[in-house]
Design a protein around this ligand. Structure first.
Ligand SMILES: CC(C)(COP(=O)(O)OP(=O)(O)OC[C@H]1O[C@@H](n2cnc3c(N)ncnc32)[C@H](O)[C@@H]1OP(=O)(O)O)[C@@H](O)C(=O)NCCC(=O)NCCS
Length: 169
């Protein structure tokens, strides 16, 4: 298995749809993630997130396994007094779960963010209460559980706790 983390690019759309169009992924991510996930959604995503020039530092990356973009990992940088924070998020196509791929990707991405965004001091992730595998991924990548935000998120009409994991520089 060959794992590469790299910017999205033209041509990723088909494997994006193949892997992202999955209720088991949608159930664990924000509602801005489309479901069903169509070719138009993939086109929009690749257009938004592909590198426009060589010296641009990408904030969102494709998780490429054996030549195909089968997942994504990226950060949203905080603003104003929270500008030292980056929120990290990720998903991986279900066919590839359980092989340590996201853990490896998260370790890589955390290092990349601290290296390429020198003002970022804290990287955090919010996980829905039922998502034990994502919590395990964060722990394995060296994040610690900072807080539980009781009944703070609603997904599929169910209110849940959100677990906040952090890694400080
Ligand atoms: C969560 C997700 C990213 C995990 O990716 P992955 O590549 O399978 O993760 P890894 O293989 O690196 O590690 C998974 C770990 O979770 C564990 N795990 C799986 N199901 C579990 C469960 N029900 N309870 C506890 N641990 C579980 C695995 O055993 C493994 O830990 P181990 O190495 O100690 O055995 C993937 O399932 C996914 O994309 N889910 C949908 C989207 C999502 O949840 N995104 C994150 C939002 S915060």
């Amino acid at each position: 298995m060959t794992l590469i983390i790299r910017p999205f690019r033209e041509g990723d759309q088909d494997s994006l749809v193949e892997n992202a169009n999955n209720k088991a992924i949608f159930d664990n991510v924000k509602d801005t993630f489309p479901h069903p996930y169509t070719l138009a959604d993939a086109d929009w995503w690749v257009n938004q997130n592909s590198q426009k020039n060589a010296d641009e530092i990408s904030k969102v990356m494709a998780i490429e396994v054996d030549g195909k973009a089968v997942g994504a990992i990226g950060v949203i940088l905080g603003t104003d007094v929270q500008r030292i924070n980056a929120e990290i998020g990720y998903w991986l196509g279900e066919n590839h779960w359980g092989k340590g791929i996201t853990t490896q990707s998260l370790v890589w991405m955390t290092d990349y963010v601290f290296k390429n965004f020198p003002h970022i001091h804290r990287i955090w992730a919010g996980v829905f209460g039922h998502n034990k595998s994502s919590m395990r991924v964060l722990e394995k990548a060296g994040f610690i559980l900072e807080a539980t935000h009781y009944q703070s998120v609603i997904k599929n009409n169910i209110i849940e706790d959100e677990y906040v994991f952090v890694k400080l520089r």
